[in-house]
Design a protein around this ligand. Structure first.
Ligand code: ADP
Ligand code: TRP
Length: 332
């Protein structure tokens, strides 16, 4: 084994192909080489507005998506963050070691809080500290994340360093990011300059893992392109954001590079390409969706997987917490 991995996705509903190619697909490949823990970060999901009646359902959905995409629950630990109390406890401790200046630099907070900074919650502000606790609770050596999370991982390394200096011991090793090079960013089907996102109010902007074949067909049919013909090379697609995005999606779905997609469809109009793209998405996504639906029908089996995962996760995280309490002179 090359080390220990921890990563997580928020249960905010609408799991889409961007999440699949940006995160899950990479995790599936990593599970053979690393000891893996995959968390459903429900405590992070409550930092912004959410519906408590839907949260648990969304947590199960993310876990089902992990398994349906190919994460083997026998090999990896799959668990909900809130089931392991040490995350929140360590989060508090690390918050006492994180200078405000470090948090003030976090760009995600600025983006998510928007203009209404005064109304954003303390939880949204300290979100990266909880993320550091998720990672350090397991002394993870590697963390696969999207480009957007790189800054949070840097902060996690800074916090680990601050702890080590404070207790005068090399207790935490600094975790390394694993950032994938290709397919790291899929864009909206309606606007090639905005990333495909769960929170986009337009359903037509994304392909969800749950979409039926019919819905996939409709969304691709309506996906934005332009008046020009299909580009001869991927380089020629420069500036044609929507076209580039559809080529990228087709390339990812069919495991080829974008250039060979261009050679195949070069000079044509978009109708035959869209037909091929629909077929490719359906072929790749339908088996995952069917497995996802099957898992979601048996909530009890899913809850057993989550509870087993939580049990194994607690055993690791609680040791870290106890040792941290000891270092800091806290009662235990
Ligand atoms: P969203 O923006 O849809 O709410 P999250 O922020 O919850 O997604 O991200 C969950 C994971 O999926 C992260 O690892 C993130 O990097 C990845 N991800 C999200 N959107 C995309 C996208 N459009 N393309 C590629 N990866 C994505
Ligand atoms: N912040 C991450 C995201 O939005 C999710 C996350 C929470 C995470 N804790 C983590 C990712 C720990 C990796 C490791 O995508």
């Amino acid at each position: 084994m090359k080390g220990r991995i921890l990563s997580g996705i928020q249960p905010t509903g609408n799991f889409h192909i961007g999440n699949y190619f940006g995160a899950l697909n990479q995790w599936v490949q990593l599970q053979n080489d690393y000891e893996c823990l995959f968390c459903v970060v429900d405590l992070h999901a409550i930092t912004t507005n959410y519906d408590p009646r839907k949260l648990l359902q969304h947590t199960r959905e993310v876990a089902a998506a992990y398994i349906a995409a190919g994460i083997d629950e026998k090999k990896c630990i799959i668990f909900p963050q809130s089931a392991v109390a040490s995350h929140a406890e360590l989060g508090w401790i690390f918050s006492c070691m994180t200078p405000l200046g470090w948090l003030n630099r976090m760009t995600q907070f600025k983006e998510k809080a928007g203009k209404n900074k005064e109304k954003a919650s303390l939880g949204l502000y300290s979100y990266p500290v909880l993320m550091a606790a998720d990672i350090l609770a397991y002394k993870a050596t590697h963390v696969p994340v999207g480009e957007d999370q790189k800054q949070h991982l840097e902060l996690c390394r800074d916090i680990a360093g601050a702890f080590n200096r404070f207790v005068k011991d090399e207790y935490f090793t600094l975790p390394e990011p694993l950032i994938q090079k290709h397919g790291a960013r899929i864009m909206s089907l309606r606007d090639g300059t905005a990333k495909m996102s769960k929170s986009d109010p337009s359903e037509g902007s994304r392909i969800n893992l749950k979409d039926s074949d019919e819905e996939i067909m409709q969304k691709i049919r309506k996906a934005k392109t332009d008046m020009n013909l299909f580009p001869d090379t991927f380089e020629d697609a420069k500036g044609r954001f929507e076209v580039k995005n559809l080529i990228t999606i087709y390339a990812l779905m069919t495991n080829q590079d974008p250039q060979s997609v261009c050679s195949q469809f070069s000079g044509g109009n978009f109708a035959p390409f869209k037909k091929a793209l629909t077929d490719a998405i359906v072929e790749r996504i339908a088996p995952i969706r069917n497995e996802f639906n099957r898992l979601m029908q048996d909530k009890e089996a899913l809850d057993i997987i989550l509870e087993n995962g939580a049990h194994k996760a607690r055993e690791i995280a609680d040791v870290t917490k106890t040792q941290v309490f000891e270092y800091l002179g806290l009662y235990r």
